[in-house]
Write a protein that binds this ligand. Structure first.
Ligand code: ZN
Length: 115
């Protein structure tokens, strides 16, 4: 499952970060996921609970935000926001577009217990 791989990477990243920052407990992880990725927030939370068993991460909550992608219409030059694959140009309804690269998953911020 794709989400499981992402969660394992997320945990590894957080463990490494916590070690270098002397953080011992993470309460909440604020994530941003690109709207056009195939990552399901529910599945991500489920997988996170399944893999986050270390003292650092156990019980931590995921706060997931979906980030829209930006598109540039190749037909009329309009710039618009895309939240799913079926969002075509609102001006000319063309489906010819260049999509900005959206990151699959970004750690926006992390809430920790005080030092
Ligand atoms: Zn257009």
């Amino acid at each position: 499952m794709h989400e499981l791989t992402l969660c394992r990477q997320l945990c590894e990243t957080l463990e490494a970060w916590a070690k270098s920052s002397s953080v011992v407990k993470i309460r909440q992880i604020n994530l941003r996921i690109g709207c056009l990725t195939c990552v399901e927030p529910d599945a991500l939370e489920f997988c996170f609970e399944a893999v986050a068993h270390s003292p650092l991460l156990q019980g931590a909550k995921l706060a997931i935000e979906r980030a829209p992608a930006q598109a540039h219409c190749r037909n009329c030059g309009n710039n618009y926001t895309v939240t799913n694959w079926m969002d075509f140009c609102p001006q000319c309804e063309s489906e010819l577009r260049d999509l900005s690269e959206t990151e699959e998953l970004i750690i926006k911020s992390v809430q920790t217990d005080g030092p």
